[in-house]
Design a protein around this ligand. Structure first.
Ligand SMILES: [Zn+2]
Length: 245
């Protein structure tokens, strides 16, 4: 039953980007490509984890999360890391070659927790990509986004309001109030840029201090390019050529 965990080496891939920058889309595309190379991939998206917390999680914590989601309040850092830890633990059972994190770490506190997990579980390479998209492009994208009342999944503006939710199949889409106000969107994007630049600064400093250049990389990709160009740019950095296609 117990897998050999000793000596495990995992490639970690972190995707950073503001809401609407395409992290979820890219995470899914990268997973698909890695799997085509015969690699096992564990994908952890905090948005999905908050909507569907692991069954092992304490019920009090679960109801706290759903309260936060309803109010549009960020989930507490410690709670976030406990959920991510539970989910990661379950996925490690499948002995992944890659772990992709979407929406995590959100700040320097979470980064420290992620680094601790990575180094204790086993680290082969650590790839970080920031999907850079200008506010002027993100604001209209976020304004039109629709949240499904049934499953909580956020869909792009192009989603047909009269149609069924692409995720759960129910016909209950509505427009998010807080996303409709350009000022609150601009505030949220400003907050994101402030915290994420401190995360990236901390990572770059760590890499240079520890001379881990060979195993760590931090790249910025133009997230306003077409989806497949963004994917190509990310994949190019992942050193997959020695793997069977
Ligand atoms: Zn739904």
């Amino acid at each position: 039953m117990t897998k050999k965990i000793k000596g495990r080496r995992i490639n970690w891939l972190l995707l950073f980007g503001a809401a609407g920058a395409g992290k979820g889309t890219q995470a899914a595309r990268i997973r698909e490509i890695l799997e085509k190379h015969g690699l096992r991939v564990a994908l952890l998206a905090t948005g999905d984890l908050f909507r569907n917390p692991p069954g092992t999680l304490d019920r009090g914590v679960v109801s706290q999360i759903s309260e936060n989601m309803k109010k549009g309040v960020l989930v507490d850092d410690a709670v976030t890391m406990v959920i991510a830890g539970e989910a990661l633990n379950a996925k490690l059972e499948e002995d992944p070659d890659w772990v992709i994190l979407d929406g995590l770490p959100r700040n320097v506190f979470q980064l420290a927790a992620v680094l601790f997990a990575m180094t204790s579980i086993g680290l082969a390479h650590f790839f970080t990509f920031e999907l850079a998209v200008a506010d002027s492009l993100l604001i209209p994208r976020l304004q039109g986004r629709k949240t499904c009342k049934s499953c909580g999944k956020v869909h792009p503006a192009s989603t047909d309001l009269a149609g069924a939710c692409p995720k759960c199949g129910k016909v209950t889409l509505f427009i998010r109030d807080d996303d409709s106000n350009p000022k609150s969107i601009r505030n949220r994007l400003g907050d994101y840029r402030k915290t994420i630049s401190s995360v990236l600064d901390a990572l770059r400093k760590l890499i240079s201090t520890l001379e881990l250049k060979d195993r760590f990389s931090v790249e910025t990709v133009d997230g306003s390019l077409p989806e497949d160009s963004v994917t190509d740019r990310i994949i190019k950095h992942l050193d997959l050529q020695d793997q069977p296609a």
